[in-house]
Each structure stands twice: as C-alpha cells, then as structure tokens.
Write a protein that binds this ligand. Structure first.
Ligand SMILES: O=c1[nH]c(=O)c2[nH]c(=O)[nH]c2[nH]1
Length: 294
C-alpha cells in the first residue's frame, strides 16, 4: 500500500512566445506575448500509474495557444487567456480549471511606418487567469515601469538608534521600478482601456504629491486606482527604492546642491503593500500562484 498521496498539481507548457500579426490591410498591427498554459483536474492516475489517458499533452497545449491566436485573435492578453480557459475546460471533461498567464511586450511604429516597429513600452504587461470550476480569478498588472523624480521627495522622522547613520533629507531623488498587479472583480471589462487608465493613474499619482516615503507614495497610487476604477477592489505593489546618494565632491572643493549623485544598484529598499477597497476582504487565495509579492 502506498504511503504517498498526490495533492496540488498542475502541468502545461510554459512560456510559449507568440507574435500575432494582423495584416488585413497594409497597416499591420502586432501583439507580442509570452503565454503559459497549465491545467487542473483529474490527473491522479497519470501520476500514480503512468496512465496518460487524461494527459492533454503539453505539446497539444502549446499548439492550442498558436491555433487560438489565429481563431480568436489577441485583442488583449486577458481576452486571450479567457479564450484558452474556455477551450480547455469545455473540451476535456476532467479538466476542471487551470492557470493561464501572459506577459506582453509593447511595440510602437518607427516613424508611423505601416509594418516596422521598435520595442517601445518600458514595462511588461502581465495577466494571470485562474479558473477553478465556475470561479475565475483574473489578476492584471505590469512590471519594470521605471520612474524617477528629482525633488518633491524626502525621508525624515524615522527612529534613530546606535546603528542609524542615514541623514534626514527633505529633498532627494525618488526612483523605483513599479511592479503592480490588481484583481478584477469581474471579467466583463474593457481590458485595453482599463490597462491604460490604471497605468496613467499610477504615473500621475507618482508625481502629484510631496512624497514623505515610498510607502506613502504606494498608498496614494493604490488609493487613486481603487477610487477611480470600479472593477478593481484590490491592488498590490512591489517597488524597490533605487537609492541615489549625494556624492561627496566637497572633498574636491566643489559644492553639491543636489546635483551629483551616485546611483546604487544594491542593496535597495524594497517596499511592498496591498490596498483594498474599504469593506472588501483581501483575497489571499488569489495571490497563491503569483511568484514573489506581486
Ligand atoms: O521611502 C523610504 N522608505 C523607507 O522605509 C526608507 N528607509 C530608508 O533607509 N530610506 C527610506 N525611504
């Protein structure tokens, strides 16, 4: 008798790199994605007995990603993932759900050219759909949106002990790579417009106040998104504090009124927080399959 039991499991094809070109007219459009498909369901005997009767091959999952790019098109990463989920859960009785993830890389036209592009979006757009029976959880976001302000930021009032050397400042550079993900409370969303709206709100909130700490700035970014986007009740941020230290050029007889900095790449502060609409519980389960904080 076996002493081992199979518990949580999922499998599929990771990182299917997909370029979908729309060439119905001379002015081509492109969507550049990295798609992962993983299935949940009854895969017990595949593990315990090597019976592959239920095992939708990862190779088939890969092929399906490319076939659906043609059949469904890619109007947004989220719409594409919902289409994959519908396909797999309706095609195989024993597939009860799964996890589908996309990263999207943004391109812009070179000189408004019809079919030549350059990688333009600084950030990587992300989407993760989990379907568990009838329950969809859709988390969208982006990472690596690097932002910096040269003033209107300070850090004072923190406790000082025998290990504290950091001087207080009311005028410093604030810089970070914004990583954020938000949980949609519905899948009935204009995903393209909402993505642009959330990104614009976050960028605006980075600039629109005197920052007393990155923690406060994260709060203001989250607060504005939740106030202005009714489809979002919960948002997370993971933001390194990319330190810019005033460089000591006084040693050379030169003044340095916040003009010359040494940019430290490590160590860095790491500020992470979740904000929810007042009265809405944080959906801890939603984050279970997300790597890192967000
Ligand atoms: O915005 C900041 N938050 C901190 O928690 C912190 N700690 C630190 O040394 N510098 C900063 N800056």
């Amino acid at each position: 008798m076996s002493t081992v039991k199979l518990t949580t499991n999922q499998y599929g094809k990771a990182e299917n790199r997909l370029m979908r070109v729309y060439r119905d007219t001379d002015r081509h459009e492109i969507r550049d994605l990295n798609v992962t498909s993983q299935l949940w369901g009854d895969f017990e005997t595949a593990h315990t007995e090597g019976d592959n009767e239920h095992v939708v091959a990862t190779d088939t999952q890969k092929n399906t990603v490319y076939a659906k790019a043609k059949e469904l098109g890619v109007s947004s990463p989220e719409q594409f993932l919902l289409g994959l989920a519908d396909h797999f859960t309706s095609s195989f009785d024993w597939v009860s759900g799964g996890r589908w993830e996309a990263e999207e890389f943004g391109w812009a036209r070179i000189n408004d050219h019809d079919h030549s592009f350059y990688r333009a979006a600084p950030e990587v757009r992300t989407a993760v759909l989990t379907r568990d029976g009838d329950t969809d959880t859709l988390i969208s976001g982006f990472r690596d949106l690097t932002v910096l302000k040269t003033t209107a930021s300070g850090f004072v009032g923190y406790p000082r002990d025998k290990y504290t050397t950091l001087p207080e400042t009311e005028d410093r550079i604030l810089a970070t790579d914004i990583a954020t993900r938000w949980v949609y409370n519905t899948t009935d969303v204009d995903f393209e417009a909402t993505y642009e709206k959330v990104k614009a709100i976050i960028l605006d909130a980075f600039t629109d106040h005197y920052s007393k700490a990155l923690q406060q700035t994260l709060y203001k970014m989250g607060e504005k998104v939740i106030e202005q986007v009714e489809e979002i009740d919960e948002i997370r941020f993971s933001c390194p504090n990319k330190h810019h230290f005033l460089y000591d050029i006084e040693r050379f007889g030169l003044e340095n009124p916040n003009e010359v900095f040494i940019v430290a790449d490590r160590p860095y502060g790491l500020i992470e927080a979740t904000f929810t609409r007042d009265g809405v519980e944080e959906s801890k389960d939603a984050w279970m399959h997300i790597k890192g904080f967000c």
